[in-house]
Write a protein that binds this ligand. Structure first.
Ligand code: GAP
Length: 515
């Protein structure tokens, strides 16, 4: 665990040192849970968005995009249920004065039991070697079974308390489990209270409740209220989807995990409108499709897992998370929710407008059901970096070994695709040639020109920001118009002609590699 904490710290300081992420308004000591993306960060973030948009919109004839406003009519949030039910349970420890999410305290307790199970499994694996059958062990070992039963019982009671909004029972559970404050070590807890996560502000010069509007806590509602506008203007037939990328805001009770939980963040959401009754078919389709999207980036199967929701949100009849193995454990990266007709039916009721779809095949009008995929762009950014951050030793030119930090980001989404490096900077013909190559490549790629320091140090700098290819211009280049292209991961160097560079880099870094 200490090692993983260490990794998380290394990733966040690497992000600052190499211009990926800065604390927002840092010169004023920052603003908690808000971050700014630096020069490399914005490139990587844009590439993640592009990969999502290409996969969801460009590659699906029946999915189209929108870009709705952040501010929406306040009744939107009444209709969506956010005014009444977008709450998290909050609890304070009276001794440390620290605030926690009550559900997180219980989840943390469950994680500890899960760790005990994993320990048993690891021990048994060692003991039995190749003949070990993990599934059989988990379903027969008495200690594992007892712990799993404990988890199931806690989960069941916890899910009921969340669904019924029973804050007294949640507090009782925390007390009965003997959960202590990680800071004070005491069980001196306040009652659990519900806390609404929406930020509000005033519209124009209108003061008081009548001018109160909200910063959207999810982008989805901008899609729902535009459902018929989009359907009619694009003449889409069910099933079809509307996708959107945009900012969302949540006044999170606790936000201590860098860009994992922010108060201002970005979502990439898609609402897929379907015929009622087909939701489980589409739920399974999107569950698999979205997992494939993650795996295509090179993320390993054991870095990702599904987690079915025990407590369903007010709008869902089925829901799961795709969880990623962050340095602090498996956590939600993306949600797949079967939202029924809750949102559209509720907007119909509150707006008094007909939001039904006329089905030309069955000649019926009905409110479509909705299947949602929702992923945080910033969380995806953290997942990409957690997977990519690698410390290793590589051979140097003097026959020894060098330590390097390398970001093994998939070339298609790497911030800088190619760096152009003249081997020496005091030879004008070489610099001129390198500059000409750079000036040509920059039309098609995000690239960097670097002539400062020895070639080894320049490679290290590019490795640290995940540049997949480096082009080196040397004395041979002046003779035969060839350069070396170095692969970030294998360190292999290949000699190619200047006229081929653009084609080679384009092939290696194309989004096509991901599909
Ligand atoms: N429209 C459904 C919805 O908003 P959600 O599970 O609350 O569902 C979807 O959020 C995704 O948005 C999450 O899986 C996560 O990736 C991201 N997300 C949610 N809250 C976040 C926060 N405070 N900071 C960063 N990302 C967040």
């Amino acid at each position: 665990m200490a090692q993983q904490d260490d990794l998380f710290k290394k990733i966040s300081s690497h992000c600052k040192e190499y211009g990926f992420i800065f604390q927002s308004s840092e010169i004023y000591d920052g603003l908690s849970a808000t971050y700014d993306y630096g020069p490399n960060g914005v490139l990587l973030k844009n590439n993640i968005k592009k990969y999502w948009w290409t996969a969801m919109v460009q590659m699906h004839e029946n999915i189209v995009g929108v870009d709705a406003a952040i501010f929406m009519h306040p009744t939107t949030w009444k209709a969506s249920g956010h005014v009444d039910a977008f709450n998290d349970p909050m609890i304070d420890n009276k001794d440390s004065k620290k605030r926690y999410r009550a559900d997180h305290l219980i989840e943390g307790y469950i994680e500890k039991i899960e760790k005990k199970i994993n320990k048993e499994v690891t021990k048994a694996k060692k003991r039995f070697g190749d003949s070990f059958d993990e599934e059989q062990f988990k379903t027969t070992n008495p200690r594992v079974l007892a712990n799993q039963e404990k988890i199931n019982a806690i989960n069941e009671r916890f899910a009921k308390a969340m669904t019924d909004s029973d804050m007294d029972d949640m507090k009782a559970q925390i007390e009965e489990l003997g959960i202590v404050c990680p800071v004070s070590g005491t069980k001196n807890w306040t009652d659990v209270r519900q806390f609404n996560l929406m930020f509000s502000t005033q519209l124009g010069a209108v003061s008081g409740e009548s001018g109160k509007i909200y910063l959207r806590p999810e982008t989805a509602q901008g899609i729902f209220v535009n459902f018929l506008n989009v359907q009619k203007t694009t003449r889409q037939k069910l099933p079809f989807g509307i996708a959107q990328i945009g900012k969302a805001f949540r006044n999170e009770i606790v936000a201590r995990q860098f860009i994992f939980r922010m108060r201002e963040f970005e979502q990439m959401e898609m609402q897929f409108f379907i015929k009622p009754g087909t939701q489980m078919e589409w739920y399974n389709y999107w569950k698999e499709t979205r997992l494939k999207w993650h795996l295509a980036l090179g993320h390993q199967q054991d870095e990702l897992r599904y987690h079915d929701h025990e407590a369903l949100a007010h709008y869902a009849d089925a829901a799961l998370d795709i969880e990623f193995k962050f340095p602090f454990g498996f956590k939600e990266l993306e949600g797949i929710h079967s939202r029924t007709d809750f949102d559209l039916a509720s907007h119909e009721k509150y707006s008094g407008k007909n939001l039904k779809y006329f089905d030309p095949e069955t000649q019926e009008s009905y409110v479509p059901y909705v299947l949602e995929t929702s992923i945080g762009c910033d969380r995806m950014f953290l997942a990409v970096l957690s997977h990519a951050y690698t410390e290793e030793e590589v051979p140097n030119a003097k026959g020894g070994m060098d330590k390097r930090v390398v970001l093994k980001i998939h070339p298609a989404i790497a911030p800088i695709k190619v760096a152009v490096l003249p081997i020496v900077k005091n030879k004008p013909e070489m610099v001129e040639k390198a500059r000409a190559i750079f000036n040509d490549l920059r039309f098609d790629f995000d690239c960097q020109y670097d002539e400062k320091d020895g070639i080894g140090r320049r490679y290290r700098r590019q490795d640290a920001i995940g540049t997949p290819y480096c082009i080196t211009i040397d004395f041979d280049t002046l003779e035969d118009d060839t350069v070396t292209i170095r692969d970030r991961d294998t360190l292999a160097q290949e000699r190619i002609s200047i006229s081929e560079i653009s084609k080679v880099v384009a092939e290696k870094t194309s989004m096509r590699q991901l599909f």
